[in-house]
Design a protein around this ligand. Structure first.
Ligand SMILES: Nc1nc2c(ncn2[C@@H]2O[C@H](COP(=O)(O)OP(=O)(O)OP(=O)(O)O)[C@@H](O)[C@H]2O)c(=O)[nH]1
Ligand SMILES: [Mg+2]
Length: 192
């Protein structure tokens, strides 16, 4: 099996948009959209020596039932468990603009999805990088504040096991962070 680059994250964070940047030859086939829940199945794109797997988003999806959301979540978990050894890098895409609001909404009832997902990837020992995506939506001082909040909360739930240098500001729109990500992909690929 060729090595896998897995793109994971909540719905509407920019996973498929990222996929378009990493696999431009498939751009026309990759659907992106405004409403959460565009990608419903795992899509695979061969790019040279590895495969990109664009996963559906977990959490809220427009026009779907709780049952469908749970099915998608189960599918993502099963995919990660089954392929943990082949995944040379998981790219966990977080919408920086929505992270604080979602974190505050869920923290009283349970562990917010993003925190749970990162802990799960660590448990499976899958090398992971986190993208704080959509930074183009912020003014400079706001993005520093939101990035610091994101890092603080992810480090908290993973009890310091996830290094903050692997949480990078990103924008699929301006391509900020793309060079850094591509270097990480190259480096991990060499090691796998
Ligand atoms: N401003 C801004 N918008 C973005 C960025 N990345 C993605 N978007 C927008 O966010 C929306 C969702 O993008 P998708 O790439 O479809 O997100 P997804 O994570 O694949 O969504 P699902 O398949 O529903 O899980 C689209 O309207 C994109 O244009 C970004 O870096 N900046
Ligand atoms: Mg998608």
């Amino acid at each position: 099996m060729p090595p896998i680059l897995a793109i994971v994250g909540r719905s509407n964070t920019g996973k498929s948009s990222l996929c378009r940047l990493l696999a431009p030859q498939f751009k026309k086939k990759i659907r992106v959209g405004k409403a959460p829940g565009v990608t419903r199945r795992i899509n695979t794109y061969p790019v040279g020596e590895y495969f990109i797997h664009d996963l559906p988003g977990f959490g809220y999806m427009k026009h779907s039932s709780k049952k469908e959301e749970d099915r998608v979540k189960d599918e993502i978990i099963a995919f990660l468990e089954t392929n943990a050894d082949e995944i040379f890098l998981a790219v966990h895409v977080i919408n920086l603009e929505a992270f604080r609001r979602i974190y505050e909404k869920y923290k009283h009832d349970s562990v917010p999805f993003d925190n749970e997902m990162l802990a799960f990837l660590l448990e499976l020992e899958i090398p992971t990088v986190v993208l704080g995506n959509k930074v183009d939506k912020f003014k400079h001082h706001e993005r520093e504040r939101e990035m610091a909040f994101l890092k603080e909360k992810l480090i908290e739930t993973t009890m310091g096991r996830f290094p903050p240098r692997k949480i990078i500001p990103f924008s699929t729109r301006t391509r900020e962070g793309l060079d850094t990500l591509e270097k990480m992909i190259e480096m991990r690929l060499r090691r796998s």
